[in-house]
Ligand binder design. Structure first.
Ligand SMILES: NC(=O)c1ccc[n+]([C@@H]2O[C@H](COP(=O)([O-])OP(=O)(O)OC[C@H]3O[C@@H](n4cnc5c(N)ncnc54)[C@H](O)[C@@H]3O)[C@@H](O)[C@H]2O)c1
Ligand SMILES: Nc1ncnc2c1ncn2CC[C@H](O)C(=O)O
Length: 483
């Protein structure tokens, strides 16, 4: 008998047709991903792959998912953020290109916009739990921020100890949810995660913060399987992090507040790849942009790009808009927000929600939180001064808007797909550790995006190639080159 348990959970299946229409439009704007889908369709390199994805369930991610399936993979998916799912994209993925809302034929997806923390981690567990797999789990992970990788590693660690720490020992609400989940699975099946992880060939990690977690595990010797750091593919971080945020930061601020940015003073905390895109985004709207930095090199870059570089304390009571982009924690504290101008706008575009001190803000005596609309709140201090906080301190480009546009995600997701193929088909070349995509694949992804922008490349002559010490066909730069 067919198991009628619907192996997915989305907000509203009836949105599938709308989602499918936007997926079709996105495919045209994702030439790199579609070219890879075409190039590898016959070879089916991901046949046998059971990929668990934990990455924002957007229209662009839907195109990535259907590319992985087209290359032979089976996929189970969750989002990597409680606010970033586009419900019509999730519905289209659950229904599939050949299904209907009454007869869904798509990919098991567990994601909806506005999940609670309990629901978020339940979705992650569902995406990792493969009912018909010999191990009960995936043999590949595609991660963004490392939450799926974390759940597997903590599960295995606690099963080895025979117990998980009590949720009473949790350092945060989210940590408590994770400990409750792992205490439950330990009591249900004390070998779940050990078995579930036993065939995982590797993880491909999308973002800076997730990559940081991987290098920490490599350093501590706790990494269970190899990882490809997709973030540091040049065609990912020098494009998505920079040009993607350049597009989607102001999209988020505009949809959230409709506040005129021109003429205002904006503070961008952090001047890395994301900060550079954000500063340019706000300057493009006519804001006077001030940068904060800890790194003298990035600070010097900001100064030479024409930005004032100073400390938050110097400008916290003067600026109109604040954006954190650091990947660090405790950047804007409740005490900082108490000093801000009336109706200052505060948002984060870093991966996690610990850059803005939301917990401290909630504890300010007499503070009043009021929802203006989903993912837009005012917080009124006892003196009547209020600030506007976007997406509760979570990444605002996906919480208040739809994230980066398709063309730039085509680069990132072409890198992801090539990384999945690398790890899945060449396990012997990747013993446990953290790797970056080989440069020839990075250049391949760039090549796949040139025609769409009308780029005409110059061809290197052999004598020129000899002169600069490269092959005519590339790679054109040494590994240490910084772009
Ligand atoms: N929202 C999105 O769509 C999106 C896209 C890409 C990356 N990200 C996330 O954005 C964050 C930043 O990514 P990135 O690639 O720019 O990282 P990065 O390391 O290139 O840049 C971060 C910068 O912040 C600076 N910084 C660190 N602590 C600071 C502090 N206390 N004050 C001021 N500056 C500080 C660092 O010196 C660095 O220059 C990460 O969490 C990443 O995962 C989000
Ligand atoms: N449109 C998007 N779809 C999926 N993920 C998205 C989108 N825009 C930004 N992101 C976040 C992923 C990004 O590569 C990161 O590094 O965080």
């Amino acid at each position: 008998t067919v198991d009628n348990r619907q192996d997915f959970k989305v907000a509203d299946l009836s949105l599938a047709e709308f989602g499918r229409k936007e997926i079709t439009l996105a495919e045209h704007e994702m030439p790199g991903l579609m070219a890879i889908r075409k190039e590898y369709a016959d070879a089916q390199p991901l046949a046998g792959a059971r990929i668990t994805g934990s990455l924002h369930m957007t229209v662009q991610t839907a195109v990535l998912i259907e590319t992985l399936v087209a290359l032979g993979a089976r996929v189970r998916w969750a989002s990597c953020n409680i606010f970033s799912t586009q419900d019509h994209a999730a519905a289209a993925i659950a229904v599939g290109p050949n299904g209907t809302p009454d007869n869904p034929q798509g990919v098991p997806v567990f994601a909806w916009k506005g999940e609670t923390l309990e629901e978020y981690w339940w979705c992650t567990e569902q995406a990792l739990t493969w009912p018909d797999s010999p191990t009960g789990g995936p043999n590949m992970i595609l991660d963004d921020g490392g939450d799926a990788t974390l759940l597997v590693h903590k599960g295995v660690e606690y099963e080895k100890d025979g117990k998980a720490p009590s949720p009473d020992t949790a350092e945060s609400d989210e940590h408590r949810v994770i400990l409750e989940l792992l205490n439950r699975t330990l009591s249900e099946n004390p070998q779940k995660w050990t078995q579930l992880s036993s065939e995982i060939r590797g993880v491909t990690e999308e973002t800076t913060t997730g990559v940081h977690r991987l290098y920490e595990m490599q350093r501590d010797g706790t990494l269970l399987f190899p990882a490809i750091n997709v973030n540091d593919a040049v065609t990912k971080s020098k494009f998505d992090n920079k040009y993607g945020c350049r597009h989607s930061l102001v999209d988020g601020i505009n949809r959230a507040t409709d506040t005129l940015i021109g003429g205002k003073t904006a503070v961008v905390c952090g001047y890395g790849d994301v900060g550079k895109g954000c500063a340019e985004s706000l300057r493009g709207q006519g804001a006077r942009v001030i940068v904060t930095e800890i790194d003298p090199i990035c600070a010097l870059q900001a100064a030479m790009d024409g930005y004032q570089v100073t400390t938050l304390d110097e400008v916290v009571d003067k600026a109109d808009i604040f954006v954190t982009t650091t990947g660090n924690k405790d950047i804007i504290m409740a005490s900082d927000m108490a000093k801000m101008k009336h109706q200052a706008i505060v948002g984060n575009i870093g991966h996690f929600d610990n850059e803005i001190d939301m917990a401290g803000l909630a504890k300010v005596p007499g503070i009043v939180k009021d929802e203006i609309k989903p993912q837009v709140h005012t917080w009124t201090f006892p003196d009547g001064k209020k600030i506007i906080v976007l997406s509760e301190g979570r990444l605002l480009n996906l919480g208040n808007a739809t994230g980066h546009p398709s063309f730039v995600m085509s680069n990132s997701f072409a890198d992801q797909t090539l990384a999945q193929i690398e790890l899945f088909t060449k396990p012997d070349e990747y013993p446990t550790g953290v790797y970056v995509l080989p440069k020839h694949l990075d250049e391949k992804v760039a090549r796949l995006h040139l025609d769409a922008l009308g780029v005409k490349l110059t061809t290197l002559r052999q004598d020129q190639a000899d002169y600069i010490g490269v092959k005519v066909e590339g790679p054109y730069k040494p590994d240490h080159y910084r772009y």
